[in-house]
Design a protein around this ligand. Structure first.
Ligand SMILES: [Zn+2]
Length: 411
């Protein structure tokens, strides 16, 4: 099979999208359902039409595109896509690569006249990043049925604007299709994405095959001691909330090391009160973020972290609250082996790996055999203006995507 990605068009599309919402620091800010998000979506819709796709949208603002005659094909579809919204001052590839890469892949398959038994579909998922509404992966959660449309419409942003009212100015063309897709109506889903870490770069492997998307537990913990004079209070009678919290932070790190198997644990938010240089800390507020590739490992690290909260000899009160838990998403052999097969037929090395970050594929995996294609991130950087991937890796990722879609559509 001769597949030739139009690399000029791919680079132009990525460069044009990077102009939408770009700030003074070069970072890109496209909050879900914002004017910038809509401009990016409209740009891609025009590109979709240019390569011969017929574009629809659903009731939560996902865009779904197929070749016109594929809308009438009742076979289970082979779906691909990603998102166009971003974190504040994010990179140019996180999301857009999987969207314009999908358009480039379908374009290449069309030009190569590759016949597909199953219909191919490209999706632009709405609101993946969670940087406006208090939930991420909104569009994919609606498609899988993980969240109801009513629940999504009721989400409120920090300015008090509901998802439903933001959507009115966003997805304003024609009658939307139902968001929810039945289990069994997607034969396979594959998302192309930048790795956002340094594993592939270090291994000098161009293609990552995602085996699971790590699950997540976030807990907010408050340590309550007694604020007092740093000079006049003897060591023996202090109730220092910070030393207790510090013990816990180190115990979390040790727990992740001890369990291993891809488990990571972080305390990224940590505030000391009242925060005076001559005052013993009376209170500390911290959030821990625990991630693991399987439910068992997530339970294990969470249990360990809770045990370290209870274990201290220090007389400090602890108040703990679960902020969120997202179950890990195992990927499917059908999609993983297709990516491996087509990587090797394209002459490219691939390796299986875990995704530490959450993606829309997590929800689609609830209803369809899914996996992701990762391409190397330069310096492992993402969610920042420096996020980048070598042009040849971008094109290779698109080529593997195109071949994988054709493989799955005819297997
Ligand atoms: Zn992303």
């Amino acid at each position: 099979m001769q597949i030739k990605i139009d690399s000029d068009a791919l680079m132009t599309d990525l460069a044009n999208l990077a102009k939408i919402g770009r700030g003074a620091d070069g970072g890109i800010t496209r909050r879900a359902l914002s004017a910038e998000d809509r401009d990016a979506r409209d740009y891609v819709i025009a590109r979709m039409r240019w390569v011969g796709l017929q574009v629809r949208h659903d009731e939560v603002g996902n865009v779904r595109a197929r070749r016109a005659d594929d809308w009438g094909n009742t076979n289970p579809s082979v779906m691909t896509g990603s998102h166009l919204d971003s974190v504040p001052s994010g990179g140019r590839l996180d999301g857009p690569l999987g969207v314009v890469g999908a358009v480039a892949a379908l374009d290449a398959l069309g030009r190569a006249k590759v016949a597909c038994k199953r219909p191919l579909e490209v999706v632009i998922f709405v609101g993946e990043e969670g940087s406006r509404f208090p939930r991420g992966t909104i569009g994919s959660a609606a498609i899988s049925g993980f969240r109801s449309v009513a629940e999504i419409y009721a989400l409120i942003d920090p300015e008090g604007v509901s998802f439903a009212s933001a959507l009115k100015t966003y997805a304003d063309r024609g009658q939307p299709m139902e968001a929810r897709v039945e289990t069994g109506s997607i034969y396979a889903f594959v998302e192309l994405h930048v790795e956002q870490g340094g594993v592939l770069e270090a291994a000098r492997v161009p293609i990552g095959v995602v085996t699971a998307i790590a699950g997540l537990v976030q807990r907010q913990v408050t340590f309550i001691g007694v604020a007092n004079h740093a000079g006049a209070t003897p060591m023996a009678i202090r109730k220092d909330a910070l030393t207790r919290a510090a013990e816990w932070v180190l115990a979390i790190e040790q727990a992740a090391h001890k369990i291993g198997s891809g488990v990571v644990a972080t305390v990224g938010q940590f505030e000391v009160f009242p925060g005076g240089k001559n005052i013993i800390p009376g209170r500390v507020e911290a959030i821990c973020d625990l991630r693991a590739p399987t439910k068992e490992l997530l339970d294990a690290v969470d249990k360990e972290v809770m045990a370290t909260l209870a274990a201290s000899k220090r007389d400090i009160a602890v108040d703990e609250r679960l902020l969120q838990r997202v179950e890990p998403g195992p990927m499917h052999e059908r999609a993983m082996t297709a990516i491996e097969r087509t990587s090797s037929s394209a002459g490219l090395k691939s390796q299986r790996m875990l995704s530490g970050a959450i993606h829309d594929a997590l929800h689609i995996a609830e209803i369809a055999p899914s996996s992701m294609i990762f391409v190397p991130s330069i310096g492992g950087k993402s969610h920042c203006p420096d996020e980048d991937t070598a042009p040849e890796h971008l094109v290779q990722g698109c080529e593997v995507l195109a071949r994988t879609l054709a493989d799955l559509a005819n297997s």
